[in-house]
Design a protein around this ligand. Sequence first.
Ligand code: NAP
Length: 322
Amino acid sequence: MQEPSRRREEVPTVEYQAFGPPAVLQVIPVAVPTPGPHDVVVTVAACSVNRLDTAARAGRQKFLTGRRMPQRTGLDFSGTIVEVGSHVEGLREGQRVWGFLGTQHLGAHGAAAVQITVDAGLVAPAPSGNLTDLAALPLAGLTAGQAFDRLGVGSGSRILITGAAGGVGSVAVQMARARGAVVDTIAAPRYADLLQRQGVASRCDPHAIPWTRMTGQYQAVLDTTGAHLWKLRRCVARTGAMVTISPAGLPMSFLSSIMPGPSVSFVSVRPSRDGLSALADLVETGRLTPIIRARFPLADIASAHAMVEGGHGEGKVIVDVS
Ligand SMILES: NC(=O)c1ccc[n+]([C@@H]2O[C@H](COP(=O)([O-])OP(=O)(O)OC[C@H]3O[C@@H](n4cnc5c(N)ncnc54)[C@H](OP(=O)(O)O)[C@@H]3O)[C@@H](O)[C@H]2O)c1
C-alpha cells in the first residue's frame, strides 16, 4: 500500500511575476517540494546575489530562463539539511552545507527562500565559520577555480586579475595566492588596502594601466570585467593563456580561436561537488575568507539586487535568510 504523501509546509520564498526592476521581487509563501530520492531539503542560512540573478530578473537571460512566470532567484547558498532523500549518500540531517544550483534551470529554481529542495549532487559539506557569510563563496569560488584549471595556474605562475576586488575577483585573488601564484591586479585605488592584505604583488589603476610595460609578462590573465580585452591579450606570454568570465568576452574567445597568438577562453561556471570540497578545504586552512560588501534580510532582497546592479564595490552582496 502506498504511504499517504507528507504535507509540505509553505515557507517564505522570493518570486517574481514579470521581468523588471528589483521591485518585482516578492516574498510569498510557497510549499517546499517533496524531496525525490536523490534530493535534500535545506533550511537556507543565506544566498548571495550574482550578476546573473539581476540580469535574469531584468529579462536579459530569456534564452536560459524562458518566459514562464513566476520565476525564482538565487544561485548559491549555505544552510542546514533538514531532510534527506532515500538514495542520498554522504549527507545527513542537521549537516551544514553549501551549494550552487547551476544555470541550467535559471528562473525555475531559486535559493532565495527559507527552505529549498535541491539535488544532493549540487550540495557539499560547508566548512567551519559563519554559515551566513559562507554563502559568498560557492559561485564565485567555483568560477575562479574552473578558470584557474583552464589557465593551469600553479606555484610560481605570474597572473594578472582584473576587477580584483569584485565578487569573483576578491575570491580569485585569494585562490591564486593559495596556488602559490604571484598576483598582479587591475583595480581602483580605493581597493589598495584589501588587495595588499590579500598578498597581491602589485595593483594598477584602471585609468593608468602601463600596457607597454605589461606586454607579454603573464603566464595567465583572468578577466572579470570585459574591459580592454585586446590589450589584456597582449599581456599574455607566448606560452600563456587568458580566460574571461565576462559575457562581453564571448566574441573575442571565438575570434582568438581562429587567430594566431594566445588563446582566450570564456569560462561559464558549472556545478561541482569536488570544486565545493576544494573550496571548503581552502576555508578550513585559512587561505580563503568571504569578503562581504553588504548584507540584506530576505524581506529587502530588492535592495540587494539594486546594489549588485549598481556594479561597484568589493566582495559579495549577501541575503541573510536566517
Ligand atoms: N562566466 C561565469 O561563469 C561568471 C560567473 C560569475 C560572474 N560572471 C560575470 O563576471 C563579471 C564580474 O562578476 P562579479 O560578481 O565579480 O561582479 P562585481 O562584484 O560587480 O565586481 C566587478 C568588479 O569589477 C570592477 N571593475 C569594473 N570595471 C572595471 C575596469 N574597467 N577595470 C578594473 N576593475 C573594474 C568593479 O570595481 P569598481 O567598484 O571600481 O567599479 C568591481 O570591483 C560579471 O559580468 C558577471 O556577470 C560570470
